[in-house]
Design a protein around this ligand. Structure first.
Ligand code: MTE
Ligand code: MO
Length: 525
C-alpha cells in the first residue's frame, strides 16, 4: 500500500509524468517473457529435435564446460540427481535474472529487451555449439528469441498504458491481466506440445519396433550359486532398471534405428558403414559382463552386470582391415561425447569386446545407448563403453584425445580389483550373535581368487565365494562372525588371480579409479 502511494506520487514531482511500472508488475513481465521464450523454443525443439530446446542445450553446454572437480563433486553429492540439480539451478538463476531485468525496465522496456535478447543469443550459441545438432536446430533458440522479445515488448506496452497517470481505458488493467494469463497458458501449451511432439519422434517407438533380438549364441546359463542374493548380495545379473547409469547427457539422446549408422574409418584398409539392419542380421552373440565406472568410490554403486547381445568388435575391425601402427579406437556418440580405447583390447578375442545392441533379452534401453553401444570388458566405462555410438575411428593416441582424457583422466584405465560389503548396511543395527557379512568383488579380465574379511581387530578370515561365471564378471561372497552386543567394524579385501591383493591405500577416483578397503560399522544388539 505504502509503496504504491510513493510510486503514484513520484511522477507528479518530475516534469515529464513518465509512468513507472509497479515493482512486482515489472518483475513479473521479465519472468513471463522468459517463460514464453523457453516454451516457444521447446515447442520448436519438439519438431527439430528436443535437444535443440535452448534450456537443455545451455545445460548440456554447461556440463561440458564444468571443471572436473566440480563435476566430480556434483556426482558425489547429488548422484544421479546431479543433472536435475543443474536444471533446477539454471531455472532459479534465469528467473532471478529475468525478474531483475523486469525491475530495471520500469520506465522503458530497453533494459529488459537487452537481457531477453542476451538470453536468446546464449541459447543460439549453445545450440550452435552442440555437436549432435545441425542447422535446422537453430530454429528453436530463434523461436525463443523472437517470442521472448515480442512478449516482453507487448506486455510492457500494455502495462505502461495501465500505469499511466490517466489510463486511457478503465479496462486496461484487465487487458494486462488477460495478456499475462494468455502468456502463461500459451507457454504451458507450447511447452507441453514440444514435449508431446518430441515423444512422437523419439526413440521409444523405434525401440518397440525392433522386436525380439535372437542370439545365435546365448550366454551360458548363470548357475544358481553364482550369487548369494538370499544372503544379502546383489543378484548376479542386474535388472536393466537397476543397472547403474553414468553419462554426460542432460537429456538422453533419442536415436531411431532408421536414423542410426556406424561409420568405421581411419587407419583401415576400407572404410565401412553399417546400418542397424546390417548389425542385427548378423549372428548375434551374448556375453555376461560386469561394467564399472571409474567414478565409483570405494563402496560405491557404479558397478552392474548384464547379458549383452551384439557382434564382436574384432569382426568389424577385421573386415575394415586395421593398418599397422593403429593404437586407439576413438569412438564418438551422437551427442559428441568421445572415448579412446586401446585397439589391442578391442581386437582381443579372449576379451570379447562387442558392439552391443541388446541387454538382458531386450534391445538396449535408451539410457544405456540404444540403438548401439560399445562394451569392452575389463576397462572402465569411459574408455570402453560408448553409448549411442555412431563413429569408430582407428587412429593413434597422438592424433585424438577423448572427452575425459582432455579433462585429466588417464588414457589407460583397466578396472581395479575391488570389493564391497553389501550386508550389513553401514550403521545398521542387527541382532547379536551370528552376524552374516556379504558382498561383491570384481577384477574383470583377471578374476577373483579370494576375499578376506576382518571384524574389529581380529584376524583376516576367508569368505565363501560364489561360483565363477567368467573372468569378466563379479563374484559374490559371504561369511559369518560372532558379534557381541555393541559396535563393530568389518573390512573386506579381495585378491585376484594374478595374486594381487587390494591395497589399503586410499586413492580418489581421479585419474584412474579409487583404491582402498571398504569398511562399514554396525551395531549388534
Ligand atoms: N555417449 C556416452 N557414452 C558413455 C558415457 C557418456 O557420458 N556418454 N559415459 C561412459 C561412462 S563414464 C560409463 S561408466 C558408462 C556407463 O554406462 P551405463 O550408463 O550404461 O551404465 O558409459 C560410458 N559411455
Ligand atoms: Mo564411467
Amino acid at each position: 500500500m505504502s509503496t504504491s502511494t510513493a510510486e503514484q506520487a513520484s511522477p507528479a514531482s518530475g516534469e515529464a509524468p513518465e509512468p513507472r511500472l509497479r515493482r512486482r508488475v515489472a518483475a513479473l513481465l521479465g519472468v513471463l517473457a522468459l517463460a514464453a521464450a523457453l516454451a516457444a523454443g521447446h515447442l520448436v525443439a519438439g519438431l527439430v529435435g528436443i535437444n535443440a530446446s535452448p534450456y537443455l542445450a545451455v545445460g548440456n553446454g554447461a556440463i561440458d564446460l564444468t571443471p572436473v572437480e566440480l563435476k566430480d563433486f556434483a556426482v558425489r553429492t547429488f548422484g544421479t540427481y546431479d543433472k536435475l540439480v543443474l536444471l533446477a539451478g539454471m531455472a532459479v538463476v534465469m528467473v532471478v535474472v529475468a525478474a531483475v531485468a523486469g525491475l530495471l525496465s520500469r520506465r522503458t522496456p530497453w533494459p529488459g529487451l537487452v537481457v531477453v535478447t542476451g538470453f536468446g543469443l546464449v541459447g543460439l550459441f549453445a545450440v550452435y555449439e552442440r555437436p549432435d545438432l545441425d542447422t535446422p536446430a537453430l530454429l528453436a533458440p530463434l523461436a525463443s528469441l523472437v517470442a521472448g522479445v515480442a512478449v516482453f515488448a507487448l506486455l510492457h506496452r500494455l502495462a505502461r498504458r495501465d500505469a499511466a497517470p490517466d489510463p486511457a481505458e478503465g479496462s486496461s488493467r484487465r487487458t494486462v491481466l488477460l495478456a499475462g494469463a494468455g502468456v502463461v497458458v500459451g507457454a504451458g501449451v507450447a511447452g507441453l506440445g514440444g514435449q508431446l511432439l518430441a515423444g512422437s519422434r523419439d526413440a521409444a517407438s523405434s525401440r518397440e519396433a525392433v522386436g525380439r533380438l535372437v542370439p545365435a549364441r546365448t550366454a551360458p546359463m548363470i548357475p544358481a550359486d553364482a550369487d548369494f542374493a538370499k544372503l544379502g548380495t546383489p543378484t548376479f545379473v542386474t535388472r536393466n532398471a537397476d543397472f547403474y547409469r553414468v553419462d554426460t547427457a542432460l537429456s538422453i539422446p533419442q536415436v531411431r534405428t532408421e536414423d542410426w549408422s556406424l561409420r568405421l574409418h581411419g587407419m583401415v584398409d576400407r572404410e565401412v558403414r553399417y546400418g542397424y539392419g546390417d548389425i542385427r542380421n548378423r549372428p548375434l552373440v551374448e556375453r555376461t559382463i560386469t561394467m564399472t565406472c571409474v567414478s565409483n568410490e570405494v563402496g560405491g554403486t557404479y558397478v552392474s552386470t548384464a547379458n549383452f547381445l551384439g557382434v564382436d568388435l574384432a569382426d568389424l575391425l577385421e573386415e575394415a582391415g586395421v593398418r599397422p601402427g593403429a593404437e586407439q579406437l576413438f569412438s564418438s556418440s551422437v551427442d559428441g561425447w568421445t572415448s579412446g580405447s586401446p585397439v589391442a583390447a578391442a581386437m582381443d578375442r579372449g576379451r570379447g569386446a562387442m558392439l552391443a545392441i541388446g541387454m538382458n533379452g531386450e534391445p538396449l534401453p535408451i539410457e544405456h545407448g540404444f540403438p548401439a553401444r560399445l562394451v569392452i570388458p575389463g576397462l572402465y566405462g569411459y574408455v570402453s563403453a560408448t553409448k549411442w555410438v555412431t563413429d569408430l575411428e582407428v587412429t593413434t593416441w597422438q592424433a585424438r584425445q577423448a572427452y575425459w582424457l582432455k579433462r585429466g583422466w588417464s588414457r589407460e584405465a583397466s578396472i581395479k580389483t575391488e570389493s564391497r560389503i553389501d550386508t550389513p548396511k553401514g550403521f545398521e543395527t542387527v541382532p547379536g550373535g551370528k552376524v552374516r557379512v556379504a558382498g561383491i568383488a570384481w577384477a574383470q579380465h583377471t578374476g577373483i581368487d579370494r576375499v578376506e574379511v576382518r571384524m574389529d581387530d581380529g584376524p583376516w578370515r576367508e569368505a565363501m565365494l560364489s561360483r565363477q561365471v567368467n573372468l569378466e564378471t563379479w563374484r559374490m561372497w559371504w561369511i559369518e562372525f560372532d558379534a557381541a552386543p555393541g559396535g563393530h567394524q568389518v573390512v573386506c579385501r579381495a585378491t585376484d588371480r594374478s595374486g594381487y591383493t587390494q591395497t589399503d591405500m586410499r586413492a580418489g577416483t581421479v585419474p584412474d579409479g579409487a583404491t582402498g578397503w571398504h569398511s562399514i560399522n554396525f551395531t549388534a544388539q
